[in-house]
Design a protein around this ligand. Structure first.
Ligand SMILES: [Zn+2]
Length: 312
């Protein structure tokens, strides 16, 4: 088995290449520069694999997302790197002329495109693109990016967390969609609140579960210190398995939107319930449902979303 590790400021976090062929797992962490816990989780997992000489089949590639913003601990510098992956934008950035100036995040995107393309072309099995995030609100982990029932059920069976299905396309600029278009299994995993020990642990459990679920390794090879049955299943706690997005409260800087404190992802809200304030006054929930991604950080264009159990 071959392991490649690079220094802290590089794009690449590390790679494992098993002797036997198997799934190709591509992990991106820190696509938002204020969300480094996925990187910590990958580094801890890679150390555990090395120290315990855990056999790995197939390939694992792990990359930092927004290297420039991670260095400053900011969500992004010029543009949100997880909102610029619509087909038109990817085509545009991929055909940039050498004399054209690019936003910081467009340069990051070009590098990621090229690295991930290399990883995909080296694949010797199932290819999964796993994009690790945290959010400004507390709450249980979940997946964004259902892509057809069959894939959604497989992902849910492996990870045991709710899957948010973005039928209205509110997140159509997210990276996961670019790889959906290529026919790969691709989703964002949200581990919990930014910069918490809990989010590192949740991310680790999710990565181990993917490695086990795709046959990259076996449970008997893992040391006792590794948890794979602890946090994810428990955290679901009555939240439906398949969830649809029904409303997005878009905000701009000029709105001076301020969310009321204390909302967690998936808290129940009533129609008409006051959720925040902006320069026009109270902001109410237009629907009964569950609150999703309430904005508790300085930047962002999504004030909150309302979600509910998917009605099929
Ligand atoms: Zn994020």
């Amino acid at each position: 088995m071959k392991y490649i590790s690079n220094n802290i400021h590089d794009r690449q976090i590390g790679e494992y290449h098993g002797i036997e062929s198997g799934a190709c797992i591509v992990i991106v962490a820190g696509l938002h520069g204020n969300e480094p816990t996925g990187i910590n989780a990958i580094q801890e997992i890679f150390s555990t694999i090395s120290e315990n000489q855990i056999p790995i089949k197939g390939d694992i590639f792990a990359y930092r997302g927004n290297v420039s913003a991670l260095k400053e601990g900011r969500r992004y510098l010029d543009k949100d790197l997880n909102r610029i992956w619509k087909k038109k934008l990817v085509d545009q950035v991929s055909t940039t002329k050498p004399n054209q100036t690019l936003a910081v995040e467009e340069k990051e995107q070009l590098e990621l495109l090229s690295e991930i393309e290399k990883a995909i072309s080296a694949s010797r099995g199932d290819t999964w693109i796993l994009d690790l995030h945290t959010s400004s609100a507390a709450g249980p982990p979940f997946i964004l990016g259902g892509q057809g029932n069959h894939v959604t059920e497989r992902v849910e069976n492996i990870l045991h967390v709710p899957v948010i299905i973005d039928t209205p396309g509110y997140f159509s600029g997210a990276m996961l969609n670019h790889y959906h278009r290529k026919g790969l299994v691709s989703f964002a995993f949200e581990a919990g609140q930014h910069n918490t020990k809990q989010s590192i642990e949740v991310n680790k459990e999710a990565i181990w579960r993917v490695l086990l679920g795709l046959g990259s390794t076996k449970i008997e090879f893992l040391p006792d210190s590794v948890n794979t049955e602890n946090l994810l299943k428990k955290s679901k706690n009555g939240i439906p398995t398949k969830i649809e997005l029904i409303y997005r409260h878009a905000v701009s800087k000029e709105d001076h939107f301020k969310m009321l404190p204390g909302f967690r992802n998936f808290d129940q809200v009533e129609q008409g319930q006051i959720l925040g304030h902006d320069k026009r006054g109270e902001v109410q929930s237009p629907e009964k449902g569950m609150i999703f991604l309430p904005l508790y950080q300085e930047i962002g264009e999504d004030g909150f979303f309302i979600v509910r159990e998917l009605r099929e």
